[in-house]
Design a protein. Structure first.
Length: 218
């Protein structure tokens, strides 16, 4: 996956290079609390960021979010076929497959290459969202970034990444009150930024658990 003269460098290659070397933070975890928060941060995020300008698209992504939560409750593994099912709802299309050409983002500043094994490698990376020896915030952050930088779909990859993040957390009975702090530009060659995302997720998870615990005790 090399870049031709005049093209942006291959950001997927950058991500795959740093991915195994990221110093993921340790995390003690929050105290387990049973029940669901009264406010779903992912739902609020989609409504706030898309609601007014795209009511139909917002309704579709919220329906996909409900499906992702249902799949998480059933303990399904994160895989491309599962994500494609959600993406068909998000895009309102009957058929959604893995992209067949190099993709671009950030106004063309990032290019995501394509090789014969790209989809198979993506599937392997998704399977690591259940890696038992890595804390949940790091696994969730890595899965989110995998989707951003593999850019598997022709459209809607940012929404796909957020749905997958919600799924990975919900599969372990975690919902967030706040999601907006996650909304910032991510770069494929930024190992420290990837680790910082895991730290932020740990803070948001702990805050959600504490808020839920306080609500149930009051």
């Amino acid at each position: 996956m090399t870049s031709r003269p005049g093209q942006p460098k291959d950001s997927l290659a950058d991500w795959l290079l740093i991915r195994p070397e990221i110093s993921w933070p340790s995390w003690r975890g929050a105290s387990p609390v049973f029940g669901a928060p009264a406010s779903d941060g992912f739902r609020n995020f989609f409504m706030a960021t898309r609601g007014e300008r795209d009511s139909e698209g917002t309704a579709r992504v919220l329906a996909a979010l409900d499906m992702a939560f249902a799949d998480a409750e059933q303990g399904r593994p994160l895989a491309f076929a599962l994500m494609a099912k959600w993406q068909r709802i998000v895009l309102g299309q009957d058929l959604v497959g893995f992209r067949t050409m190099p993709a671009f983002a950030k106004g063309g500043r990032e290019r995501y290459g394509l090789a014969p094994d790209t989809q198979a490698l993506f599937e392997h990376c998704l399977s690591e969202s259940a890696q038992p020896d890595l804390p949940l915030p790091s696994r969730a952050a890595r899965a989110y970034l995998d989707i951003l930088f593999f850019h598997p779909f022709e459209d809607g990859n940012a929404r796909a990444a957020m749905l997958a993040l919600a799924f990975v957390l919900a599969r372990e009975d975690v919902l967030l009150y706040q999601v907006h702090p996650l909304r910032t530009t991510r770069w494929a060659d930024d190992a420290e930024g990837a680790a910082d995302l895991a730290v932020l997720l740990g803070v948001l998870i702990t805050a959600a658990e504490r808020r839920l615990s306080h609500g149930r005790q009051s």
